[in-house]
Design a protein around this ligand. Structure first.
Ligand code: PLP
Length: 346
């Protein structure tokens, strides 16, 4: 078989030679003792970029999100988010388990929610009702095919939360994809959110890690919760160094991933086995298989030709572009997509 084109997720990237060199050169210490200067440098750097007071390096995006939710809720509270949200669907029921909170689900177009959708779902003070205390946004929306919020859409949500006394958290697993696509600047984000999770191991291409950003007070609380979650790490500066390298070298190039995703969508829109493709804004392409074709069969045929991808539902397939996908691989993928000849009713 020829080259393997792994479009399953932007988590599959391996560290580049430059990144490995930066990791090897990192100055480290025991971060649970607060003595790892590289971890501290990463946390400070990201907090500065987003105009937030402080940061906390954690092993995963699930952990930064779940710590934030625990910081911003009490047991019996309610979290408001879209039905597609990663914090609700893909974090193992963590909101109930860690925070003992319930969830109110909204149905935004491609997972993008608005004050008009949020406001009617905020509970009045009444002993019958859970206390609405937190809104979570996701940018970009994974299950929404990489759809982005612009700052202009976030600002009125922030205003509503402020008036109603709710906290606002951002699941920014792919926030840099959103910043590159919208041209918005990270430094305007801090004023709107109480917490921001930034993943280093998605489009940025680091092997591990996510940073939670917030006020000094929030991060002080978060350090304690991270410890209780088992997420306190020791000489984690080796991993933090990969994150710093990624922030310095892998942000601007994300536009290449976005161009690659648009090229994939362009050809998918032309083939008969695809019914529709979600508009591509960033590095995620989600498409619906046409009636009469079998989704699993198509994913299997792609795999035989060298394209690895996955399903997001019974009729939908997802392809994600990233750092380890070259333009040559995209050219090859376009040919495979164009010439794939699945038989209907199989
Ligand atoms: C990947 C992802 C996360 C975090 O996932 P981990 O695998 O725990 O790092 C959070 N939110 C979204 C939208 C994601 O895609």
């Amino acid at each position: 078989m020829a080259i393997k084109i792994d479009l399953r997720s932007d988590t599959v990237t391996k560290p580049t030679a430059g990144m490995l060199a930066a990791m090897m050169a990192a100055k480290v210490g025991d971060d649970v003792f607060g003595e790892d200067e590289t971890v501290h440098q990463l946390e400070t750097k990201l907090a500065g970029m987003f105009n937030m007071e402080a940061g906390l390096f954690c092993p995963s995006g699930t952990m930064t999100n779940q710590i934030a939710i625990k910081c911003f809720t009490q047991p019996m509270d309610e979290v408001i988010c879209d039905q597609s949200a990663h914090v609700y669907r893909y974090e193992g029921g963590g909101i109930a388990y860690h925070s003992m909170a319930s969830v109110r689900l909204l149905h935004g177009p491609r997972g993008i929610i608005s004050p008009e959708l949020i406001e009617p779902e905020i509970n009045e003070q009444n002993i019958h009702y859970p206390n609405s205390s937190l809104v979570v946004l996701e940018n970009t929306v994974n299950k929404g095919g990489g759809a982005c919020y612009h700052l202009a859409q976030i600002e009125p949500i922030h205003t509503l939360c402020n008036i109603k006394g709710l906290k606002l958290h951002l699941d920014g697993a792919r926030i840099f994809n959103a910043l590159v696509a919208t041209g918005n600047s990270a430094k305007h984000y801090g004023q709107y959110f109480d917490g921001i999770s930034v993943c280093l191991s998605k489009g940025l291409g680091a092997p591990v890690g996510s940073v939670l950003l917030g006020s000094k007070e929030t991060i002080k609380k978060a350090v304690k919760i991270r410890k209780a979650f088992g997420g306190g790490m020791r000489q984690s500066g080796f991993l933090a160094a990969a994150g710093i390298y990624a922030l310095d070298n892998h942000v601007d190039r994300m536009s290449v991933d976005h161009d690659h995703a648009k090229a994939l969508a362009g050809i998918l829109n032309q083939v008969s086995y695809v019914a529709s493709v979600m508009p591509v804004e960033t590095n995620i392409v989600i498409f619906e298989i046409a009636k009469g074709y079998n989704t699993e069969n198509i994913v299997h045929l792609f795999a035989e030709k060298g394209i690895a991808c996955g399903t997001t539902g019974p009729r939908t397939v997802r392809m994600v572009t990233h750092l380890d996908i070259s333009s040559e691989m995209i050219d090859r993928a376009l040919e495979i997509i164009l010439h794939l000849n699945p038989s209907p009713h199989k």
